[in-house]
Structure formats: C-alpha cells, structure tokens
Design a protein around this ligand. Structure first.
Ligand code: NDP
Ligand code: MG
Length: 402
C-alpha cells in the first residue's frame, strides 16, 4: 500500500499533556507506543514502563524517555535490573504483580496502556481503573477472561477505557456521537492471517515459522498465530461485545485482505460507517493516547492518488474452526469465553514450542470447552478458577496431539 507523503497535520499545536505508563513496553505494541510518544513529546510524557524480563531494553527506554519508574514481573530480571548501570541514576524499580499494580496506580500518571500479552495484565488493568486512570487497552485476552468485571470496575469508578486494538479503536471512532440504540451491528475485518491463500490440505504441516509470517501486520508471536487461526477475530468479537455493550448476534467479522478498513458499524437505517488507515498500530495507539485530539502521527496516511483495491468476503468457518468455537463460547456466555481463551493460550504456546501441530489448536480448544463446565461467574475468583481448570484440561490434552 502506498502512502501519502504530503498529508498536512490536521491540528497544528496543543496545550495539553498526558503522563503515560506502558505495561508491556518492550513488545510490539510497546514499541509502536514509543514511536507515538517520541512523535509527541510536547503532549505525551512516559512516566513508567514494565515488561516481564527484558531489562536491557527497558534501560534504553528509560534513558531515551527519562522514565523514572520501571517494573519487571520476573524476580531474577528485577534483581539484575537493580544492578544494571544502564538505568539512569535514581530509577525506582518494582517487581512481580505488586510492582505492575504499583505502576498502574502511579500518582503522577493519568493514562495506563496495558499491552501485556495474555492475561497477566488483568489485575493491573483493574488497579488502573480503581485509581481512576484512563485505561488504553491492547490486551484483549483480559476482556475475554473477565469482561464483566472490568466493565463493572470502569463504571463503578467512572474511569474510561479506550480500545487500542485496531478494530475496536475503529468502532470507537465510528460510534462517536451516535446513540447506542441506533447501532444494528458492528463488523470487524480480518486479514485471514498467514495461511489465507494456502490450500486446506497443507495446514496439517505448517511450522511456527510459517505461522509467524503475517501478510500485513508486524506483531508479537502469540497474536500472529491467533491471526492465522482466526482465534484472534473470535477473541475480538468477545472483546467488542464487552467494550460496546452488544449482544453476540450484533458482532460480526468479514475477511478483508488489505487491512485498511479496520471495522464497520451498521446503523438501524442500514447505513455503514467505516474507519480506514494503513495497517500500523501507531494510528489506534495515538488515537487512544491523545483522544479526543487529532494531530499528525509518525506514520503517513493513505494515498488515494494511486489505485488500490478494498476486497471483502465472508469468513468460511469450516476453514477457521477457532472462529466458530469462539462464537459458540460467546453465545454460551458465562465462563465459556474464559475457557476458550485459556485453551487457546495453552494450545498456541504448545504450537510455538513445537509440541503440537497447527490443526491441534482448534481440537484442543474444542475438547477443553466440552470438558469444562461453564457457568455465570459471580466473582473474579470464580473466573480465575475456571481459567485455571481450563488450562489444566488443555495441558492434559496436549499429549494426545503431540
Ligand atoms: P509481544 O509478545 O510483542 O509483547 C508482550 C509484552 O508483554 C512484552 O513487553 C513482554 O515483556 C510483556 N510481558 C509478558 N508477560 C508479562 C508479565 N507477566 N508482566 C509484565 N509484562 C509482561 O505482544 P504484543 O505487543 O504483540 O501484544 C500485546 C497485547 O496486545 C496482546 O494482548 C495482544 O493481543 C494485544 N494486541 C497486539 C497487537 C499488535 O499489533 N501486536 C494488536 C492488537 C492487540 P518481555 O519483552 O520482557 O517478555
Ligand atoms: Mg485487532
């Protein structure tokens, strides 16, 4: 896709400033976030960062952005970081989940971006909401696990959640100014992932390296595999249900090769609004961090001076069984989406480690959903125990697929 080199800034200057904590700063979303912050140093100040273990990269970030608060989930990495001279003098270090929670409630921050892969970001996200921070949310898995409790926390504390996931950020933009009652449905686009043009017979033999070659996006390994199975789109339908208070039949997906239209919203009169931008996460990240301001970002916008196609086609759920299973879990409700997510995380980790084949991923999810009772959770503890049980059942079924 070509880009427009002459796009002028929409808004020239601004006076406001936001102080941002980024959890998952060393990952793919984290790095895109740093590009956005570097492009808007007058408006965005990075005050805290965290990762699991990559302290050498955190030290570089701390020096480049003058960050004083640094969290490392991993205890060994935390110990190593404290003796790492590459951090600026006076850096405060935090460790483990308590450390992530401390960063999520940092008094000088007003926005917390959660981009921790998987469900480890759940407690910090709840902490940020309780501390009345704006939550810029990339970690979709935590809404799938505990959407009911996250949305309740946002309501209880009057805190705002702004989606960072590109499709949800697109829906958020399309919905602005429209009453919820006028929305007929939302449609999220899916690129189809690494194997969208492969014959179905070849899928049994794909390797992790094959699955990690995404046609349009550069992302972390887990979500790239999720894109190839379309489990990612399934997680996103459930994520959308919570973020926008929709019923399952109002959440749809469509295949769209170019990843330029990120989502469509269909209103009661049949009109649709769509959001378009090049496939770079800097667009939704910047929108979430600067909302409601709009200024020129680090990446160029679409160039309409050259011909290009926008293709849409329905998703074949036989080819993408993970999407079918996610939809069934969404329809079943209660802890079923949490079970779907736990089984998917377990199966994808095993696939990436070379322990099971690609086609085992939906089979493990299917078996785990069938083997775990789902129910309407009354507390977060009940959700977490359903999650743990599903992970155990999924792990036990791995050997059958080895
Ligand atoms: P990556 O694998 O690239 O990065 C993961 C980040 O999370 C790293 O900074 C990692 O630290 C950190 N991390 C992992 N476990 C912990 C933990 N227990 N405590 C603290 N930090 C931890 O993932 P992505 O950036 O691709 O994805 C992050 C989230 O954003 C996922 O939920 C994904 O679904 C979502 N998302 C991603 C998109 C993308 O384009 N990448 C698009 C939309 C959503 P370390 O480096 O030390 O391991
Ligand atoms: Mg997405």
């Amino acid at each position: 896709m070509s880009e427009n080199k002459t796009t002028p800034p929409l808004v020239a200057t601004s006076t406001f400033q936001r102080r941002v904590v980024v959890l998952g700063a060393t990952g793919s979303i984290g790095e895109s976030t740093l590009r956005v912050i570097a492009a808007h140093r007058d408006q965005l100040e990075l005050v805290g960062v965290a990762a699991r273990s990559n302290h050498p990269r955190l030290a570089e970030i701390a020096r480049e952005f003058g960050v004083r608060h640094v969290g490392l989930y991993d205890e060994h990495a935390y110990t190593a970081a404290r003796t790492n001279d590459a951090f600026p003098a006076g850096t405060s270090f935090y460790s483990g989940l308590d450390g992530l929670n401390t960063l999520a409630a940092l008094p000088e921050a007003d926005t917390v971006l959660v981009a921790v892969v998987g469900t480890a970001g759940l407690q910090p996200a709840l902490t940020a909401l309780a501390a009345r921070k704006t939550l810029a949310l990339a970690s979709k898995e935590i809404l799938v696990l505990a959407g009911k409790f996250i949305m309740a926390a946002a309501r209880a504390h009057g805190s705002r959640i702004i989606p960072v996931d590109s499709e949800h950020n697109a829906v958020f933009q399309c919905l602005e100014g429209h009453p919820a009652a006028t929305v007929r449905r939302i449609v999220l686009t899916a690129s189809g992932g690494a194997f969208r043009d492969w014959p179905a017979e070849r899928l049994a033999h794909v390797t992790p390296a094959d699955a990690l070659k995404h046609p349009n996006w550069s992302m972390g390994p887990k979500i790239t595999v999720d894109s190839a199975t379309l489990a990612n789109k399934g997680l996103e339908l459930i994520e959308a249900q919570w973020l926008f208070d929709l019923r399952p039949p109002q959440c749809d997906a469509v295949l769209h090769n170019q990843s330029i239209v990120h989502a469509l919203v269909e209103f009661a009169d049949g009109a649709m609004l769509a959001q378009l931008c090049p496939p770079s996460m800097t667009f939704p990240i910047q929108h979430a961090l600067l909302f409601p301001e709009r200024v020129a970002g680090p990446d160029l916008s679409l160039n309409l001076d050259r011909a290009f196609h926008l293709d849409f086609r329905p998703v074949d759920e036989h080819r993408y069984p993970c999407l079918r299973l996610a939809r069934a879990a969404m329809k079943a409700g209660g802890t079923a989406p949490a079970i779907f997510n736990a089984a998917n995380e377990t199966a994808v980790a095993a696939f990436l480690a070379g322990r099971v084949g690609f086609l085992a991923i939906p089979q493990i999810i299917d078996k785990t959903l069938a083997g775990t009772k789902h129910f309407e959770p009354q507390s977060l503890a009940e959700v977490l125990s359903a999650d743990a049980e599903a992970r155990l059942i999924a792990s036990q079924s791995l050997s059958a697929h080895a």
